[in-house]
Design a protein around this ligand. Structure first.
Ligand SMILES: NC(=O)c1ccc[n+]([C@@H]2O[C@H](COP(=O)([O-])OP(=O)(O)OC[C@H]3O[C@@H](n4cnc5c(N)ncnc54)[C@H](OP(=O)(O)O)[C@@H]3O)[C@@H](O)[C@H]2O)c1
Length: 310
Protein backbone atom coordinates (compact mmCIF):
# COMPACT_ATOMS: atom_id res chain seq x y z
CA UNK A 1 0.00 0.00 0.00
CA UNK A 2 0.95 3.64 -0.31
CA UNK A 3 1.41 5.59 2.90
CA UNK A 4 3.01 8.73 4.23
CA UNK A 5 5.81 7.66 6.55
CA UNK A 6 8.86 8.89 8.40
CA UNK A 7 12.05 7.01 9.11
CA UNK A 8 13.52 9.82 11.24
CA UNK A 9 11.92 12.57 13.30
CA UNK A 10 12.00 16.21 12.29
CA UNK A 11 10.16 18.97 10.45
CA UNK A 12 7.37 18.38 7.92
CA UNK A 13 9.81 17.53 5.13
CA UNK A 14 10.84 14.25 6.81
CA UNK A 15 7.50 12.82 5.61
CA UNK A 16 7.35 11.10 2.23
CA UNK A 17 4.98 8.91 0.24
CA UNK A 18 6.27 5.34 0.46
CA UNK A 19 5.29 1.85 -0.66
CA UNK A 20 4.89 -0.22 2.51
CA UNK A 21 3.47 -3.68 3.29
CA UNK A 22 -0.30 -3.86 3.85
CA UNK A 23 -1.16 -3.92 7.58
CA UNK A 24 -1.71 -7.34 9.14
CA UNK A 25 -5.07 -8.08 10.68
CA UNK A 26 -5.42 -9.39 14.26
CA UNK A 27 -8.41 -11.38 15.55
CA UNK A 28 -10.08 -8.37 17.19
CA UNK A 29 -9.28 -5.89 14.44
CA UNK A 30 -10.88 -4.44 11.35
CA UNK A 31 -8.95 -3.52 8.21
CA UNK A 32 -10.16 -0.18 6.86
CA UNK A 33 -9.68 1.29 3.39
CA UNK A 34 -8.93 4.88 4.26
CA UNK A 35 -10.98 7.48 2.37
CA UNK A 36 -9.95 10.44 4.49
CA UNK A 37 -7.55 11.04 7.37
CA UNK A 38 -7.93 14.02 9.69
CA UNK A 39 -4.79 16.03 10.37
CA UNK A 40 -4.17 17.10 13.98
CA UNK A 41 -1.45 19.11 15.72
CA UNK A 42 -0.48 15.93 17.58
CA UNK A 43 0.49 14.33 14.25
CA UNK A 44 3.11 17.04 13.81
CA UNK A 45 4.31 16.49 17.38
CA UNK A 46 4.65 12.74 16.72
CA UNK A 47 6.45 13.43 13.44
CA UNK A 48 8.86 15.76 15.27
CA UNK A 49 9.53 13.06 17.90
CA UNK A 50 8.13 15.07 20.83
CA UNK A 51 5.90 12.25 22.11
CA UNK A 52 8.55 9.55 22.32
CA UNK A 53 8.63 9.88 26.13
CA UNK A 54 4.88 9.19 26.34
CA UNK A 55 4.42 6.16 24.14
CA UNK A 56 6.58 3.70 22.16
CA UNK A 57 7.35 4.77 18.57
CA UNK A 58 8.56 2.51 15.75
CA UNK A 59 9.84 3.42 12.29
CA UNK A 60 8.96 3.50 9.49
CA UNK A 61 6.17 5.38 11.21
CA UNK A 62 2.90 6.30 9.54
CA UNK A 63 1.37 9.32 11.31
CA UNK A 64 -2.35 9.93 11.75
CA UNK A 65 -4.93 9.10 14.41
CA UNK A 66 -8.19 10.09 12.66
CA UNK A 67 -9.82 7.98 9.98
CA UNK A 68 -12.97 7.60 7.92
CA UNK A 69 -13.23 4.76 5.45
CA UNK A 70 -14.74 1.45 4.42
CA UNK A 71 -14.16 -1.88 6.14
CA UNK A 72 -12.31 -4.28 3.81
CA UNK A 73 -11.88 -7.25 6.17
CA UNK A 74 -12.49 -8.23 9.78
CA UNK A 75 -10.58 -10.45 12.20
CA UNK A 76 -11.91 -13.82 13.21
CA UNK A 77 -13.31 -12.59 16.54
CA UNK A 78 -15.11 -9.54 15.17
CA UNK A 79 -18.89 -9.77 15.07
CA UNK A 80 -20.18 -6.20 14.79
CA UNK A 81 -18.53 -5.16 11.52
CA UNK A 82 -18.61 -6.47 7.94
CA UNK A 83 -16.73 -5.67 4.73
CA UNK A 84 -18.38 -2.66 3.11
CA UNK A 85 -19.37 -0.93 6.37
CA UNK A 86 -18.59 2.80 6.40
CA UNK A 87 -16.81 3.76 9.61
CA UNK A 88 -14.92 6.45 11.44
CA UNK A 89 -12.53 6.19 14.37
CA UNK A 90 -10.10 7.87 16.68
CA UNK A 91 -7.42 5.31 15.85
CA UNK A 92 -4.82 6.01 18.51
CA UNK A 93 -3.14 2.79 19.63
CA UNK A 94 -0.67 2.13 22.44
CA UNK A 95 2.28 1.95 20.03
CA UNK A 96 2.82 4.63 17.39
CA UNK A 97 3.59 3.03 14.03
CA UNK A 98 0.64 2.20 11.78
CA UNK A 99 -1.36 5.42 11.52
CA UNK A 100 -4.07 6.63 9.19
CA UNK A 101 -2.06 8.55 6.55
CA UNK A 102 -2.26 5.43 4.40
CA UNK A 103 -4.42 3.53 1.95
CA UNK A 104 -5.13 0.92 4.63
CA UNK A 105 -5.13 0.85 8.41
CA UNK A 106 -5.95 -1.95 10.85
CA UNK A 107 -7.43 -1.03 14.19
CA UNK A 108 -9.09 -2.67 17.19
CA UNK A 109 -12.83 -3.05 16.60
CA UNK A 110 -13.55 -1.37 19.96
CA UNK A 111 -12.41 1.95 18.42
CA UNK A 112 -14.80 1.89 15.48
CA UNK A 113 -18.03 3.88 15.07
CA UNK A 114 -20.53 3.77 12.21
CA UNK A 115 -20.38 6.66 9.75
CA UNK A 116 -23.89 8.01 9.17
CA UNK A 117 -24.67 7.77 5.45
CA UNK A 118 -25.43 11.50 5.26
CA UNK A 119 -22.02 12.49 6.64
CA UNK A 120 -19.27 12.56 3.99
CA UNK A 121 -15.87 10.93 4.55
CA UNK A 122 -13.97 14.22 4.86
CA UNK A 123 -16.29 15.54 7.55
CA UNK A 124 -16.21 12.18 9.35
CA UNK A 125 -12.41 12.07 9.33
CA UNK A 126 -12.22 15.58 10.77
CA UNK A 127 -14.38 14.70 13.75
CA UNK A 128 -13.04 11.95 16.07
CA UNK A 129 -9.94 13.33 17.81
CA UNK A 130 -11.11 16.94 17.98
CA UNK A 131 -14.65 15.96 18.87
CA UNK A 132 -13.58 13.58 21.63
CA UNK A 133 -11.22 16.18 23.05
CA UNK A 134 -13.99 18.75 23.00
CA UNK A 135 -16.49 16.46 24.70
CA UNK A 136 -14.10 14.93 27.23
CA UNK A 137 -12.63 18.30 28.25
CA UNK A 138 -16.11 19.73 28.85
CA UNK A 139 -17.14 16.64 30.81
CA UNK A 140 -13.92 16.74 32.88
CA UNK A 141 -15.01 20.08 34.34
CA UNK A 142 -18.71 19.15 34.48
CA UNK A 143 -19.71 21.85 32.01
CA UNK A 144 -23.46 21.94 31.73
CA UNK A 145 -26.75 23.60 32.43
CA UNK A 146 -26.52 27.32 33.07
CA UNK A 147 -22.72 27.58 32.97
CA UNK A 148 -20.76 30.51 31.62
CA UNK A 149 -17.96 28.88 29.62
CA UNK A 150 -14.79 30.43 28.19
CA UNK A 151 -13.21 28.52 25.28
CA UNK A 152 -9.74 29.57 24.14
CA UNK A 153 -8.85 29.14 20.44
CA UNK A 154 -12.53 28.82 19.63
CA UNK A 155 -11.97 28.89 15.86
CA UNK A 156 -9.58 25.92 15.91
CA UNK A 157 -10.14 22.23 15.35
CA UNK A 158 -11.04 21.45 18.96
CA UNK A 159 -12.42 24.84 19.97
CA UNK A 160 -15.04 25.19 17.25
CA UNK A 161 -16.55 21.86 18.34
CA UNK A 162 -16.27 22.70 22.06
CA UNK A 163 -18.31 25.86 21.59
CA UNK A 164 -21.14 23.93 19.98
CA UNK A 165 -20.99 20.99 22.40
CA UNK A 166 -20.97 23.35 25.39
CA UNK A 167 -24.22 24.77 24.01
CA UNK A 168 -25.53 21.25 23.48
CA UNK A 169 -24.76 20.46 27.14
CA UNK A 170 -26.81 23.46 28.25
CA UNK A 171 -24.27 26.25 28.82
CA UNK A 172 -26.00 29.60 29.27
CA UNK A 173 -23.20 31.68 27.75
CA UNK A 174 -20.12 30.65 25.78
CA UNK A 175 -17.30 33.08 25.12
CA UNK A 176 -14.69 32.13 22.53
CA UNK A 177 -11.29 33.67 21.89
CA UNK A 178 -10.16 34.17 18.31
CA UNK A 179 -8.49 36.75 16.12
CA UNK A 180 -10.93 39.35 14.75
CA UNK A 181 -11.08 37.75 11.29
CA UNK A 182 -12.69 34.70 12.94
CA UNK A 183 -15.20 36.55 15.10
CA UNK A 184 -18.16 36.10 12.76
CA UNK A 185 -17.32 32.40 12.45
CA UNK A 186 -17.16 31.99 16.25
CA UNK A 187 -20.46 33.86 16.60
CA UNK A 188 -22.07 31.54 14.06
CA UNK A 189 -21.13 28.58 16.31
CA UNK A 190 -23.01 30.05 19.28
CA UNK A 191 -20.28 31.90 21.19
CA UNK A 192 -19.57 35.54 21.89
CA UNK A 193 -16.17 36.22 20.33
CA UNK A 194 -13.35 38.10 22.05
CA UNK A 195 -9.84 38.82 20.80
CA UNK A 196 -7.04 37.02 22.64
CA UNK A 197 -4.07 39.02 23.98
CA UNK A 198 -3.35 41.40 26.85
CA UNK A 199 -6.87 42.90 27.02
CA UNK A 200 -8.63 39.54 27.36
CA UNK A 201 -9.36 39.55 31.11
CA UNK A 202 -11.11 42.93 30.96
CA UNK A 203 -12.98 42.02 27.77
CA UNK A 204 -14.34 38.81 29.31
CA UNK A 205 -15.25 40.58 32.56
CA UNK A 206 -17.25 43.11 30.59
CA UNK A 207 -19.12 40.39 28.68
CA UNK A 208 -20.09 38.41 31.78
CA UNK A 209 -20.82 41.32 34.14
CA UNK A 210 -21.17 40.62 37.89
CA UNK A 211 -17.87 39.60 39.47
CA UNK A 212 -16.30 39.37 36.03
CA UNK A 213 -15.57 35.65 36.35
CA UNK A 214 -16.69 32.52 34.52
CA UNK A 215 -17.78 29.06 35.69
CA UNK A 216 -15.71 26.98 33.25
CA UNK A 217 -12.53 27.55 31.23
CA UNK A 218 -11.22 25.31 28.48
CA UNK A 219 -7.62 26.21 27.65
CA UNK A 220 -6.76 25.12 24.11
CA UNK A 221 -3.98 27.68 23.73
CA UNK A 222 -1.65 27.67 26.75
CA UNK A 223 0.86 30.39 27.65
CA UNK A 224 -0.80 33.75 28.30
CA UNK A 225 -4.25 32.19 27.93
CA UNK A 226 -3.47 29.83 30.82
CA UNK A 227 -2.37 32.68 33.13
CA UNK A 228 -5.38 34.81 32.26
CA UNK A 229 -7.69 31.86 32.83
CA UNK A 230 -6.45 31.42 36.40
CA UNK A 231 -7.70 34.95 37.05
CA UNK A 232 -11.00 34.44 35.24
CA UNK A 233 -12.21 31.11 36.59
CA UNK A 234 -14.05 31.00 39.93
CA UNK A 235 -12.97 27.47 40.82
CA UNK A 236 -9.79 25.93 39.37
CA UNK A 237 -11.36 22.48 39.48
CA UNK A 238 -13.60 23.75 36.67
CA UNK A 239 -10.72 24.77 34.43
CA UNK A 240 -9.01 22.30 32.10
CA UNK A 241 -6.03 22.59 29.79
CA UNK A 242 -5.57 20.34 26.79
CA UNK A 243 -2.13 21.79 26.01
CA UNK A 244 -0.16 22.13 29.22
CA UNK A 245 -0.51 19.12 31.51
CA UNK A 246 2.45 20.11 33.68
CA UNK A 247 1.14 23.61 34.45
CA UNK A 248 -2.32 22.17 35.00
CA UNK A 249 -0.91 19.81 37.61
CA UNK A 250 1.02 22.59 39.35
CA UNK A 251 -2.01 24.88 39.53
CA UNK A 252 -4.86 22.60 40.57
CA UNK A 253 -6.27 22.63 37.05
CA UNK A 254 -7.62 19.52 35.29
CA UNK A 255 -5.46 18.05 32.51
CA UNK A 256 -7.34 16.52 29.57
CA UNK A 257 -5.71 13.92 27.28
CA UNK A 258 -8.31 12.61 24.86
CA UNK A 259 -8.95 8.88 25.08
CA UNK A 260 -10.43 6.66 22.37
CA UNK A 261 -14.13 6.05 22.97
CA UNK A 262 -16.22 4.66 20.11
CA UNK A 263 -19.54 5.34 21.86
CA UNK A 264 -18.68 9.00 22.19
CA UNK A 265 -17.50 9.15 18.56
CA UNK A 266 -20.85 7.65 17.58
CA UNK A 267 -22.71 10.28 19.63
CA UNK A 268 -20.70 13.02 17.91
CA UNK A 269 -21.23 11.58 14.42
CA UNK A 270 -24.95 11.27 15.06
CA UNK A 271 -25.06 14.92 16.18
CA UNK A 272 -23.40 15.87 12.89
CA UNK A 273 -25.91 13.77 10.95
CA UNK A 274 -28.77 15.46 12.84
CA UNK A 275 -27.45 18.89 11.84
CA UNK A 276 -26.71 19.81 15.48
CA UNK A 277 -22.91 19.88 15.16
CA UNK A 278 -21.06 21.61 12.33
CA UNK A 279 -17.56 20.39 11.44
CA UNK A 280 -15.63 23.13 9.66
CA UNK A 281 -13.00 21.88 7.20
CA UNK A 282 -10.79 24.70 6.00
CA UNK A 283 -8.90 22.66 3.44
CA UNK A 284 -8.32 19.16 2.10
CA UNK A 285 -5.10 17.85 0.54
CA UNK A 286 -4.46 14.60 -1.32
CA UNK A 287 -2.51 12.07 0.77
CA UNK A 288 0.67 12.75 -1.22
CA UNK A 289 0.59 16.38 -0.03
CA UNK A 290 0.73 15.65 3.70
CA UNK A 291 3.82 17.85 3.98
CA UNK A 292 1.79 20.87 2.82
CA UNK A 293 -1.00 19.97 5.24
CA UNK A 294 1.40 19.87 8.18
CA UNK A 295 2.99 23.17 7.22
CA UNK A 296 -0.44 24.81 7.04
CA UNK A 297 -1.50 23.40 10.42
CA UNK A 298 1.79 24.34 12.07
CA UNK A 299 1.16 27.94 11.03
CA UNK A 300 -1.29 27.88 13.97
CA UNK A 301 -4.23 29.67 12.34
CA UNK A 302 -6.35 27.04 10.66
CA UNK A 303 -10.11 27.60 10.96
CA UNK A 304 -11.62 24.25 11.90
CA UNK A 305 -9.81 21.28 10.41
CA UNK A 306 -7.44 20.09 7.69
CA UNK A 307 -8.07 16.66 6.13
CA UNK A 308 -6.12 14.35 3.79
CA UNK A 309 -8.08 12.52 1.10
CA UNK A 310 -6.98 9.07 -0.01
N1 LIG B 1 -4.79 16.94 25.22
C1 LIG B 1 -5.37 16.48 24.15
O1 LIG B 1 -5.94 15.37 24.15
C2 LIG B 1 -5.39 17.31 22.90
C3 LIG B 1 -6.27 16.97 21.87
C4 LIG B 1 -6.34 17.79 20.75
C5 LIG B 1 -5.49 18.89 20.65
N2 LIG B 1 -4.60 19.16 21.64
C6 LIG B 1 -3.72 20.33 21.54
O2 LIG B 1 -4.55 21.48 21.68
C7 LIG B 1 -4.09 22.53 20.85
C8 LIG B 1 -5.23 22.98 19.95
O3 LIG B 1 -5.58 21.93 19.06
P1 LIG B 1 -6.43 22.24 17.76
O4 LIG B 1 -6.54 20.98 16.99
O5 LIG B 1 -7.67 22.98 18.11
O6 LIG B 1 -5.42 23.24 17.02
P2 LIG B 1 -5.64 24.14 15.75
O7 LIG B 1 -6.88 23.76 15.04
O8 LIG B 1 -4.38 24.15 14.99
O9 LIG B 1 -5.84 25.60 16.41
C9 LIG B 1 -5.80 26.67 15.54
C10 LIG B 1 -6.56 27.83 16.15
O10 LIG B 1 -5.84 28.39 17.24
C11 LIG B 1 -6.15 29.76 17.30
N3 LIG B 1 -5.08 30.46 18.02
C12 LIG B 1 -3.78 30.59 17.64
N4 LIG B 1 -3.10 31.24 18.61
C13 LIG B 1 -3.99 31.53 19.61
C14 LIG B 1 -3.90 32.19 20.86
N5 LIG B 1 -2.74 32.70 21.30
N6 LIG B 1 -5.01 32.28 21.62
C15 LIG B 1 -6.18 31.78 21.21
N7 LIG B 1 -6.33 31.17 20.01
C16 LIG B 1 -5.25 31.03 19.22
C17 LIG B 1 -6.29 30.17 15.88
O11 LIG B 1 -7.26 31.21 15.81
P3 LIG B 1 -6.95 32.54 14.97
O12 LIG B 1 -6.58 32.10 13.58
O13 LIG B 1 -8.22 33.29 15.07
O14 LIG B 1 -5.77 33.19 15.65
C18 LIG B 1 -6.77 28.92 15.14
O15 LIG B 1 -8.13 28.96 14.78
C19 LIG B 1 -2.86 21.95 20.12
O16 LIG B 1 -1.71 22.31 20.84
C20 LIG B 1 -3.06 20.45 20.20
O17 LIG B 1 -1.86 19.74 20.12
C21 LIG B 1 -4.54 18.41 22.77
Amino acid sequence: MKAIAVTRFGDADVMSLQELPDPLLGPDQVLVEVRAAGVNPVDAKVRAGYLRGLMPHHTPLIPGWDVAGVVRAVGTGVQDWRPGDEVLAYARKDHVQFGTYAELVSLPDRLVARKPSTVDFVTAAALPLAGLTALQSLRAVHAGQGDVVLVHAAAGGVGHLQVQIARELGAAQVIGTASPRNHEFVRSLGAEPVAYGDALVDAVAELVGGDGRVDVVIDNAGGLAFDQSLRLVRDRARMTSIVDGQRALENGVINTWARPNAEQVQWLADLVAAGSLHVEVQQTFPLAEAVKAHKLLEGGHVRGKVVLTV
